[in-house]
Ligand binder design. Structure first.
Ligand SMILES: [Cu+2]
Length: 118
């Protein structure tokens, strides 16, 4: 019930925010991932990535249904066996993460200053 009522509101927000922010009159899609990390063979590929602040990293869970987890201090995919997870990194610095199911699975997102920094 609640979900059904919320959906139109959720769809409307990005369009309004985008139009106000850039004023170009062309509605842009939600932020596209700058970098994709594939979760496969019980590993993050690549294990280290670099993005500019304001960019989005996408993890693609593609390990035959094996459950994995992208868990960092400020982002958490939950334990999942398929699909994708995205996070926008806004602050410069290093963001290590791991898979709680396989703690030897570790990764690092290095966030550097970019054009979209606040
Ligand atoms: Cu894992």
């Amino acid at each position: 019930m609640r979900r059904r009522a919320l959906l139109p509101a959720l769809l409307a927000v990005p369009v309004a925010a985008t139009a106000a922010a850039c004023g170009r009159g062309r509605a842009a899609a939600p932020p596209r991932p700058a970098v994709t990390v594939v979760v496969r063979n019980i590993a993050f590929e690549p294990a280290e990535v670099e993005v500019e602040s304001g960019q989005v990293v996408e993890w693609v869970f593609d390990d035959g249904g094996i459950l994995h987890h992208v868990q960092g201090e400020e982002f958490d995919s939950g334990i999942v066996g398929a699909g994708t997870f995205r996070h926008e990194f806004t602050e410069v610095g290093e963001r290590p993460y791991l898979c709680s199911v396989h703690p030897h699975m570790t990764g690092l997102v290095r966030v550097v200053a970019g054009g979209r920094q606040r």
